[in-house]
Design a protein around this ligand. Sequence first.
Ligand code: MG
Ligand code: MG
Length: 236
Amino acid sequence: MRQAGRVVAEMHEVCAAAAVPGATTADLDRVAREVLEKRGARSNFLGYHGFPAVVCTSPNEVIVHGIPGDRVLSEGDIISIDCGAIIDGWHADAALTVPVGDIDELSRRLIDVTSASLDAAIDKVHADARLGDLGAACEAVVHAAGFSVVREYVGHGIGTAMHEDPEVPNYGRAGRGMRLRDGMVLAIEPMVNAGEAATRVLDDGWTVVTVDGSRSAHFEHSVAITEHGPEILTVP
Ligand code: MG
Ligand code: MG
């Protein structure tokens, strides 16, 4: 899973570099495919319930599951890039949101707060912690900033499949929920809206957007629970 995680981190790196004004979301999928090929990894996104790409590209008001295509990125956009990889049957999954050129102050803050909310959840990861500890920590950071946590989509366990039990909500109550154990791996993935939390799926059956049109950001890491604390697998 560490090897798969490193591939995902490299996919993020090339996608972030390709997210410039004038690029299309399909360009991001193309550079991500090159990394999978170069590293001998398979995609866990391509073909997942028929998903047609190796990355989800979710600009601005798109929360998650955007399909790469001919949408052109403009200066001032933000874009969430979510992708995964499989090495020898083991999965990794991670996401990040990056600016396209110069972005406004609200978008900058949305990205920073979402990233900080993931860090806050990861800080709670240790054997004997409860799932609710993670969600509560994440939610506290988001609410303090005046933003909303998406509730309909959550994180998950990950291993020999991309989506395993348990569900990992980005909200909750400390001290509640399943107890964590050494050896578990969780994909923790807060999705944060600048406006209201409500979500809607477009007619393509995939693209999830904010109902109020506000911008949304998404950060995710696959995190192992070890006797030494959390180990983030989806890093270079
Ligand atoms: Mg995930
Ligand atoms: Mg993901």
